[in-house]
Design a protein. Structure first.
Length: 342
């Protein structure tokens, strides 16, 4: 099957973000009427409320966010503030054996339901099983935000409408999940005092992102995007498209990858958001080493091995180059065509 390539950042001359080829449009149309794939979930994976109390069911007016967290305490104040401002009314999560005060911090938040599990991240299909269990518990046929604790969504409309109204706009146009490019944010160089504190947003610390060097194409399974600082600096081929805003119905699952949810015919929305992604702080070498020791991540921790080798061999290095620009706010993403407004 041929690939349909697209330009990212998006061309100012293209009326649509993706002009899907006929074979994908036909496949999507047929897919709506075909039997949906079933998925066998590991029944040995369990979750339960951290405080051993039954969580309050969601109201129709609630807008929930699902996330998984492991030792993410430093992100929590900015993460919760960002999504509360976006209109999230309930956070539901699984804490993956954190030892840095994450669980204790979340237990103090009245709008957070924190769960524990009998297994670690890898055994829970790298968190996919936990996310599906949470969606099943809190109810289907509704919208969810589904992100990681180091990801901050910008739709291009963050200041114009809350996430509920944005989701309604998608739904009215027959769109049931939002593709978003995961854009890695970086400090200027490794000597920057890039330390995230409770009173800062992470883009005040890691202020730059790459404006070029991306490669994107469309397949039947969804949208693929590669590149950014990870490719430029340590030659990682990480997938950069996720679907952080998703209408979860009886047929929805995360399939074999969080980058390609089922049913896949819903993965070709003609709009795009951005997930600002934050991995590179001053302690990146230490954090990466601890991650390697946990052995919980994809392909035998391939991505983290590359990161650790890079930062171990480069004690003082400029991380930005001529491709990198300064992030001043959502307007920067809109003006540089990293996101298009729905």
């Amino acid at each position: 099957m041929s690939k349909s390539h697209f330009e990212y950042p998006f061309s100012s001359e293209e009326p649509y973000i993706w002009n899907l080829p006929s074979y994908i449009r036909i496949g999507n149309s047929i897919g709506k009427f075909l039997p949906k794939k079933g998925k066998k979930r590991d029944k040995n994976v369990k979750i339960w409320p951290a405080n051993n109390k039954q969580n309050t069911p969601l109201k129709e007016t609630d807008f929930p966010l699902i996330f998984i967290v492991h030792n993410g305490r430093r992100f929590l104040p900015s993460f919760l503030a960002h999504y509360r401002n976006l209109g999230v009314t309930r956070f539901v999560c699984v804490d993956d054996a954190s030892v840095d005060g994450t669980k204790e911090y979340l237990l103090k938040q009245p709008d957070v339901d924190i769960h524990l599990s009998n297994v670690r991240f890898k055994t829970a299909a790298r968190g996919k099983t936990w996310r599906e269990l949470l969606a099943a518990k809190y109810g289907k046929n509704r919208w969810y935000l589904n992100v990681d604790v180091d990801e901050y969504l910008f739709t291009g409309c963050n200041k114009k409408m809350n996430i509920r109204n944005y989701a309604k706009k998608l739904y009215s146009n027959g769109i049931y999940r939002l593709p978003a490019a995961m854009i890695d944010m970086i400090p200027r160089d490794t000597s920057d005092p890039a330390i995230l504190s409770d009173d800062k947003m992470p883009w005040e610390i890691c202020k730059f992102f790459d404006l070029s060097g991306y490669s994107g194409y469309v397949t039947r399974g969804g949208i693929k995007l590669y590149g950014g600082p990870r490719k430029r600096l340590w030659n990682a081929d990480a997938e950069l498209i996720k679907y952080p805003l998703i209408y979860w119905d009886e047929h929805t699952s995360l399939g074999v990858s969080i980058h390609s949810p089922w049913p896949v015919y819903q993965n070709h929305a003609p709009i795009c958001g951005v997930l600002l992604h934050f991995k590179i702080f001053s302690d990146v070498k230490t954090v990466t080493q601890e991650t390697l020791q946990s052995a919980q991540y994809f392909d035998n921790n391939r991505e983290y091995k590359l990161m650790y080798e890079f930062f171990s061999s480069n004690q003082s290095l400029k991380l930005t180059d001529e491709k990198s620009i300064y992030f001043e706010g959502e307007e920067t993403l809109i003006e540089n065509r990293m996101v298009k407004i729905a």
